[in-house]
Design a protein around this ligand. Structure first.
Ligand code: CMC
Length: 462
């Protein structure tokens, strides 16, 4: 089981290090060698550790995957200590400076930067698949006027699977490619339809003459003009924001896409699972909380008092801290550079002064320095979305649009991985066993269930 490999130079000779872990089971006194590969041990290698022949074997327990690698991946690299983020090995700052979101989507999905010819073809394909079936429009019309746009996006992405039944052929490369094109092309259309539905405005059809972000701005904001002309500074800022949000290795929604996709369901349904996971406030919703926090702080003068409250743990400094980054989130630095360009177009948001001063004071404060708390991607993105006149409900939708390419890249990688099996964790059972069925007349009332509201007469609530 042990694999030997050349280790460090020691004196004149070359030492060999055994890449194994020795484990002694103190219940039995037995010792085992477990192979270490890429800094990990395989959970299945512990199954051999038993107290008796009929013992199931030792399992590992890691409910939130806090120390478990669930796959091998070559899509996205993060070094949280150093504040490094790379897609397919390319540093995020170079991609933001020199690439476009669609080029980055190609890179994530196909592993290499496209040639000019490949890029032109890719952009053409995406541009010519932005329309959705008219029935999807009717489907969106069926939602209540105040339906949350993420709920509408979740439902419509899932519904796409019914329009493309051939996507079920997940081993067919052409079908996989078409699903990637359609999902990336149509998700801005679905997002914009949801936004316009909330406002009671007619939906705006895609405009093939515009760029990917320009077309999105048109579908969102076009009114009576014959052709909407997006401001290039806004197009650029949106494009950069979308590059920054395109992938982030095994986060909650990507894990959902992989988990659901491992059942070999079609990619539309797997991506709908990703949208559902992103909808949750612990994942996609922090930038909205940053805005609410800045609103409450109100003026720069109130910052010291606010920070004292954070240190007393009355509340959190939203948009600060990260599970992986223990350094400045590289995405936050890049977003900050684009804030001014957006404000040139939209007018300065006074909350920016509070945000900049808040960051400065926090980074000078031992409480935040000691805990390695730095601004994360959400600290400045909400300010840009607000400047674009987007309601907070739309912020998570703005995250889902670019993350679609990351979800697809990770889904494809999973399908191509020979180690992929249906994701099916084990459990530690904590319930009763082998009880005899009790006839209804002999039961004692042992549980309380919440009683249904009986006075509901709102037919919409049912
Ligand atoms: N404000 C004040 N204290 C904080 C904050 C904060 N934002 N974040 C962490 N801490 C403190 C925390 O109280 C703890 O202190 P102590 O050791 O004295 O108990 C210490 O720092 C370590 O924090 P943790 O809770 O162990 O860190 P975590 O890795 O479990 O949590 C986090 C990461 C992002 C959930 C957390 O930093 C947080 O809640 N931040 C605010 C919400 C936010 O901005 N979320 C967006 C994350 S970026 C989105 C993305 O990448 O998808």
């Amino acid at each position: 089981m042990a694999e030997e490999r050349t280790g460090r130079e020691d004196g004149g000779g070359v030492a060999t290090a055994q890449e194994t872990l020795s484990v002694t089971d103190n219940r039995t006194g037995e010792s085992y060698d477990v192979e270490i590969t890429d800094g990990t041990v395989k959970a299945m290698d512990f199954r051999q550790i038993k107290v008796s022949e009929d013992d199931f074997g030792l399992m590992t327990y890691d409910p939130a995957f806090t120390n478990t690698a669930s796959c091998r991946s070559s899509v996205c690299f993060i070094d949280g200590e150093a504040g490094v983020l790379e897609y397919r090995g390319y540093p995020i700052d170079q991609l933001c400076e020199r690439s476009s979101y669609l080029e980055v989507a190609y890179l994530l999905i196909y592993g290499e930067l496209p040639t000019q010819e490949q890029l032109d073809e890719w952009v053409f394909e995406i541009t010519h698949h932005t329309y959705v079936h008219e029935n999807i429009k009717k489907f969106v019309e069926g939602f209540r006027y105040d339906a949350h746009p993420m709920g509408m996006l979740l439902a419509t992405v899932g519904a796409l699977s019914t329009f493309y039944p051939d996507a079920k052929k997940i081993d067919d490369e052409t079908e996989r490619h078409m699903a990637a094109v359609r999902l990336i092309a149509k998700i801005p259309t679905l997002a914009a339809f949801a936004y316009r539905h909330n406002l009671g405005l007619p939906y705006v059809y895609p405009d093939n003459d515009l760029s990917y972000p320009g077309n999105f701005l048109s579908m969102m904001f076009k009114m009576t003009e014959v052709q909407y002309k997006p401001d290039p500074r806004l197009e650029k800022a949106l494009d950069v924001l979308w590059i920054l949000h395109a992938d982030h290795e095994q986060n909650c929604s990507t894990n959902a896409v992989r988990g659901v996709g491992s059942s070999q369901v079609d990619p539309y349904s797997a991506v709908a699972a990703g949208v559902a996971a992103l909808y949750g406030p612990l994942h996609g919703g922090a930038n909205e909380q940053v805005l609410r926090m800045l609103e409450r702080i109100e003026t720069v003068d109130n910052i010291p008092g606010f920070l004292e409250g954070v240190k007393k743990r009355d509340e959190k400094l939203m948009g600060f801290g990260h599970r992986v980054y223990k350094n400045y989130d590289p995405r936050a630095r890049i977003i900050k550079e684009h804030v001014d360009a957006v404000f040139e177009v939209t007018g300065r948001n006074p909350k920016l002064d509070i945000a900049v001063e808040l960051e400065k004071r926090a980074l000078d404060d031992d409480f935040f320095v000691e805990r390695k708390l730095y601004p994360n991607v959400d600290f400045y993105s909400g300010l840009i979305y607000e400047a674009l006149n987007l309601p907070p409900d739309m912020f998570t939708v703005m995250f889902a649009i670019p993350r679609t390419s990351g979800w697809i890249a990770q889904w494809r990688e999973m399908q191509e991985d020979a180690e992929t099996k249906i994701a099916r964790p084990r459990q530690i059972y904590t319930g009763e066993r082998e009880r005899d069925y009790v006839p209804i007349g002999e039961r004692e009332k042992l549980t309380e269930k919440p009683s249904a509201e009986t006075n509901l007469i709102d037919p919409a609530k049912g």
